[in-house]
Design a protein around this ligand. Structure first.
Ligand code: AMP
Length: 212
């Protein structure tokens, strides 16, 4: 399958993407994970992205499109992909459309995961992430078996730099201003599936249903 996952930070895009990869071997492509990897490795890309990320602002469209043009050409994308956290602006959505046309590719649809703001805020402040494999935990509902250590790979499980109250509030504002309009964009393209749900299983079932 080839899907775009839309939704506010904390809506569950990453969790849903990871569950979908197990269905048909599609790969999860998270621009946030790619950027965090680049920051941790201290690459040029990481240096360019770091300040914006820490403040909860968006990284420039040019930088993101450069990453995605390369990523979508990789071999593992042949089994399908789940775009998690990309596109995030109308210019990115337009550039993606042009890129896919050039590559002769067609997406199945875009999924909007719609979750109430109070649930999002609670999730983001209690979320913890593995710095190695990206596995997602929650201190209240799904803590790692051993505190601070990933069950899956043994990596360090930490609170992300951009999960301070200030950065979270900025990320939600940025989402409403820059990313929320994408649902209208994909609705106009006749390819939007909106799911209002706080549990990932409902989202997965709606996606499976639409894929038929
Ligand atoms: P995420 O893990 O998807 O919440 O992304 C973390 C941060 O990486 C965001 O707050 C942005 O600073 C940056 N980022 C990730 N994806 C994009 C994108 N498609 N466009 C611009 N910035 C992005």
């Amino acid at each position: 399958m080839k899907l775009i996952l839309l939704g506010a930070p904390g809506a569950g895009k990453g969790t849903v993407a990871k569950m979908l990869t197990e269905i048909d071997g599609s790969v999860q492509i998270s621009t946030g994970d790619i950027l965090r990897g680049a920051v941790a490795a201290g690459t040029e890309l990481g240096k360019k992205a770091e300040a914006a990320m820490k403040a909860g602002d968006l990284v420039s469209d040019d930088l993101i499109m450069g990453i995605m043009e390369e990523r979508l050409k990789e071999d593992d994308c042949k089994s399908g992909y789940l775009l998690d956290g990309f596109p995030r602006t109308i210019p990115q959505a337009e550039a993606l459309k042009t890129l896919l046309e050039k590559m002769g590719e067609k997406l199945d649809f875009a999924v909007e995961i719609d979750v109430p703001r109070d649930v999002i805020l609670d999730r983001l402040t209690t979320r913890r992430t593995c710095t190695d494999c990206g596995a997602i935990y929650n201190v209240k509902s799904n803590p790692p078996k051993e505190e601070g250590k990933c069950d899956k790979c043994g990596g360090a499980v930490v609170q992300r730099d951009d999960e301070t109250n200030e950065a979270i509030s900025n990320r939600l504002d940025v989402y409403n201003e820059k990313t929320a309009p994408l649902t209208g964009f994909y609705e106009n393209e006749g390819m939007l599936l909106k799911v209002t749900a706080t549990d990932s299983k409902t989202v997965i079932d709606a996606i499976k249903n639409k894929l038929g």
